[in-house]
Design a protein around this ligand. Structure first.
Ligand SMILES: NC(=O)c1ccc[n+]([C@@H]2O[C@H](COP(=O)([O-])OP(=O)(O)OC[C@H]3O[C@@H](n4cnc5c(N)ncnc54)[C@H](O)[C@@H]3O)[C@@H](O)[C@H]2O)c1
Length: 361
């Protein structure tokens, strides 16, 4: 496949100037052999501020202008979710490798079109699942791969928040621009943690419920994501604020998945719990106890509670580095497949909740 073969720096661009886009900028800026040459977004003050901070010469208000003028090798997309598919397809069609923020797209159909565009253009398409690089997740992945827990047959994963609706009334809480609520926004991180740590089992069926108990009342707004629209008495709220699902996995394991932006929980928490034939483990990636890993097992028949030393912590910079390495290696596998599977699962959660019955993938 086409790859960046010369020793010339990889020319990188980022579209989207919010929190997510800024993580990609820092990742490219700090990576040897990469030049961050262009930024695009609609906030002029951020284009100036971030362009100056990272010494980026190209500053654009649209992706179209950036693609036409900046001669990019790679592009990170960190815009509202509904723009991921059209932007990725345009960039891939222009011969640019794409690293797209999660969630890949609002629907599995959009995600399929992105993967097809990557295949047709012979370009890398990767989705940013950054939580899997956090220290507890890396450590648990190693323990599971080494068989320390035995066969894992039951898992629970979730990200729950007391008061964390991002941007109440902004694109985050509109169905058309966000695609969904916390299942799509943060449940997908918990889903990725579980599937990644378990070694990528397939998902056979999904049975889910969703609720919207806070957002429609204008409650539950937090400080996450784009700032909430100030002063709106009835902010637009068209998505769920809590989702819960039971997933049957290929290897007969069960995964319980939950995600909430607003819920009467005692504290916010992104976690994964695994229960296997030889041990159990819990990790907390976000929350007051994070970073945390705890393993429960038997040592010579004696119950033991272990606190393993953790592998080094990382975040978006690891996704950016992995992506650039794939571009350089010309990997033919990186066509958004992992993102696609996760999008299909979230899609199935919404279908199941709507139908009130189990959905087979
Ligand atoms: N991986 C993570 O941990 C993480 C964290 C936060 C957000 N995200 C994801 O990143 C994406 C962006 O989230 P955010 O919180 O940074 O959003 P944000 O609303 O803060 O920023 C969105 C950016 O997109 C730009 N934009 C919107 N429409 C545009 C257009 N037509 N052309 C060019 N630029 C346009 C805006 O100008 C803005 O700079 C979302 O998909 C979100 O789910 C991921």
């Amino acid at each position: 496949m086409s790859k960046v073969t010369t020793s010339a720096p990889v020319r990188a661009g980022v579209v989207g100037l919010g929190w997510a886009g800024q993580q990609h900028m820092a990742g490219y800026h700090d990576l040897p052999g990469v030049e961050l040459v262009a930024l695009a977004g609609m906030e002029e003050h951020l284009l100036t501020e971030l362009g100056d901070r990272y010494s980026v010469p190209g500053r654009y208000s649209t992706l179209e202008a950036m693609l036409a003028e900046a001669d990019l090798d790679v592009l990170s997309i960190a815009t509202p979710t509904a723009l991921h598919a059209p932007m990725a397809i345009a960039a891939l069609g222009a011969g640019v490798h794409v690293l797209c923020e999660k969630p890949m797209a609002p629907t599995a159909a959009d995600a399929e079109r992105m993967a097809e565009a990557a295949q047709a253009a012979d370009r890398v398409l990767e989705i940013t699942f950054n939580k899997r690089h956090r220290a507890p997740a890396r450590t648990l992945r190693r323990l599971v791969a080494d068989g320390v827990l035995g066969r894992v047959y039951y898992a629970k994963a979730g990200w729950v928040r007391r008061k964390g609706i991002p941007g109440l009334g902004t694109w985050f809480t509109r169905k058309e621009s966000a695609g969904g609520g916390p299942m799509m926004d943060i449940g997908i991180h918990a889903l990725d943690l579980a599937l990644h740590v378990l070694g990528e089992p397939g998902v056979r069926t999904v049975s889910a419920s969703t609720y919207a108990e806070f957002g429609p009342r204008g409650l539950g707004g937090g400080t996450y994501g784009a700032g909430a629209l100030a002063g709106e008495e009835s902010p637009v709220y068209e998505v769920e604020d809590l989702g819960a699902a039971m997933l049957r996995l290929d290897d007969d394991a069960t995964l319980m998945l939950e995600a909430s932006w607003a819920q009467f929980v005692d504290h916010d928490r992104l976690y994964l719990e695994l229960y296997g034939t030889h041990g159990g483990a819990v990790i907390e990636v976000e929350g007051p106890l994070a970073p945390r890993i705890h393993v429960t097992t038997d040592v010579d028949g004696i119950p033991a509670n272990l606190t393993p030393d953790m592998l080094p912590d990382a975040g978006h910079e690891a996704n950016v580095a992995d992506f650039v390495a794939l571009v350089r290696d010309g990997s033919a596998d990186a066509r958004g497949q992992m993102g696609l599977l996760r999008t299909h699962v979230i899609d199935a959660c919404y279908s199941s909740a709507e139908q009130g019955s189990e959905v087979t993938l």
